[in-house]
Design a protein around this ligand. Structure first.
Ligand SMILES: [Zn+2]
Length: 479
């Protein structure tokens, strides 16, 4: 892997995780279609798939950088599996107060294996993909209370370090406000950019992804990305027991491979290819349209691997198989230890008014307060929140850390309302009213503060005085 710094890869975070709110009714249980045609290379792809695959590649995957090619966020599931020599390790964050039985935990591991291999079966025997099967393991449980893991076995690893979970606007109050994390030192997500990093206890002890099982999450809404998948605790019990369809998990895993959602309309920037999906017109990545990986979906994954495997320096396929001679190392001490901990970032998009700002935080009227993470705006002034004023209304796409609501990266900001355009709006409520006159009057009498002092300089002479007040009154009268 190419060495990189943390700041740089956050710049590539766009669309590395996506969310769905599936409102479709529950589809009948089914697993992914088996690959029926053994295909050796991209030249075997049905001709009628070419246009749609090209379109999705160019207009969605590359444009949204969902495979992290630009900025070298080399942490897709392709990267994780190859670096793991054909394995993918999960930690289950049991963000729930419900118990889970030993049998359910064991069955969950099998269901996760099935959901992942439903995708990777399409790669078996295809263009240098080195694996017949990907071994999926649960290598740890992060849980606030270990007694929730019934009949806990000596070989099960439990992490109990907790952080506060801040319930976001629109989320259920049923979501527990503490949650457990696994150690950052074992997280691939926290280290993939560092090619010299060695996991304590060796590769087998690292984890690539979280299953984030959240109580109070909607049954058919979820998030997925290179950090893992997040669905409700009851959904994960459901797929363990075979009473819920795996298709939502499979959809979220698709995001881990960099496949986008297809929410928008035909040919739209967030939509599906002009002419629709070939071969049936559906996709498991178009929420609600298919409960299985379609033939086209499978070919899309292959197409992506064809493109990706040649990316310079990204994959070392000469070292992609398990090394039999690799010495076994001491497993790390596990239970109840280690700081710091790792939490996947979450994407968030909203339009809101800035109502307060400090050197290291910003407060929005509806959404609340975020703190600024290190290097979150990537030296781009347009994404630096310090350059926006109280009273500005902005539409923002950002990534934040749920613990502490720290902004990790800002993808984009659009200034919807510039408070400074409303000259005289010293209380930054978006309009010039008599309240602004009163505020400036008080300030001139040293009897109060201005929320937005810049807005008071109507004369534009860099001074605030009675002339500004006079102009403000005149403007107010003139409407
Ligand atoms: Zn999705």
């Amino acid at each position: 892997m190419k060495k990189n710094n943390r700041r740089k890869w956050y710049a590539a975070a766009t669309a590395a995780a996506m969310c769905i709110s599936m409102t479709c009714t529950q589809l009948p249980f089914s697993i992914a279609e088996e690959t029926t045609v053994s295909a050796a290379s991209i030249s075997d792809m049905p001709e009628e798939y070419q246009y749609a695959a090209d379109w999705i590649w160019e207009n969605r995957i590359v444009r949204e950088n969902s495979l992290g090619s630009s900025g070298a966020r080399w942490n897709s599931m392709f990267d994780q599996i190859v670096d793991g020599k054909g394995t993918l390790n999960y930690v289950v964050r049991w963000h729930s107060t419900r118990t889970i039985t030993l049998e359910q935990r064991q069955k969950l591991e099998i269901a996760l294996d099935e959901s992942l291999n439903a995708w990777t079966d399409w790669l078996t025997g295809y263009e240098n993909w080195p694996y017949e099967d990907v071994e999926v393991r649960i290598v740890g449980w992060a849980v606030t209370d270990p007694s929730l893991l019934l009949d806990l076995q000596p070989d099960e690893i439990v992490y109990t370090d907790t952080v506060e979970y801040v319930i976001q606007p629109g989320e259920s109050s049923e979501i527990p406000t503490t949650m457990a994390n696994a150690p950052s030192e074992l997280s691939r997500f926290d280290h993939f950019w560092d090619e010299s990093y060695e996991y304590p206890g060796g590769l087998d002890n690292r984890f690539d992804q979280y299953i984030w099982a959240t109580q109070g999450f909607p049954d058919y809404g979820g998030c997925g990305g290179d950090w893992g998948q997040r669905l409700s605790d009851t959904y994960y019990i459901g797929i363990a027991e075979g009473t819920s369809s795996q298709h939502v998990q499979i959809h979220e895993v698709g995001h881990g491979f960099g496949i986008t959602d297809f929410y928008g309309g035909e040919g739209e920037s967030d939509g599906f290819p002009p002419g629709g999906f070939p071969g049936g017109g559906t996709s498991i990545m178009m929420a609600g349209s298919s409960s299985v990986i379609t033939d086209f979906d499978g070919w899309l994954l292959r197409y992506m691997w064809t493109k990706l495997q040649d990316e310079a320096g990204r994959f070392d396929l000469s070292d992609a198989l398990p090394d039999e001679t690799e010495p076994t190392t001491e497993p790390t001490e596990t239970t109840e230890e280690t700081q710091p901990t790792s939490t996947p970032p979450l994407p968030c998009s909203f339009t809101d008014t800035i109502i307060a700002k400090t050197e290291d935080s910003i407060t929005f009227a509806e959404i609340g307060t975020f703190s600024f993470g290190d290097g979150y705006y990537d030296d781009d002034p347009a994404r630096n929140l310090s350059n926006y004023e109280v009273g500005d209304v902005i539409a923002i796409d950002l990534w934040y850390h749920p613990a502490g609501s720290t902004i990790l990266h800002v993808d984009s900001i659009e200034l919807i309302h510039n408070s400074r355009e409303t000259v005289g709006d010293v209380n930054a409520d978006g309009q010039l009213t008599v309240a602004d006159v009163i505020m400036l009057q008080k300030w001139l009498l040293h009897a109060g503060e201005l929320t937005d002092a810049e807005a008071a300089d109507l004369c534009e002479d860099e001074k605030l005085d009675g002339y500004d007040l006079a102009m403000m009154k005149r403007r107010l009268i003139q409407g």
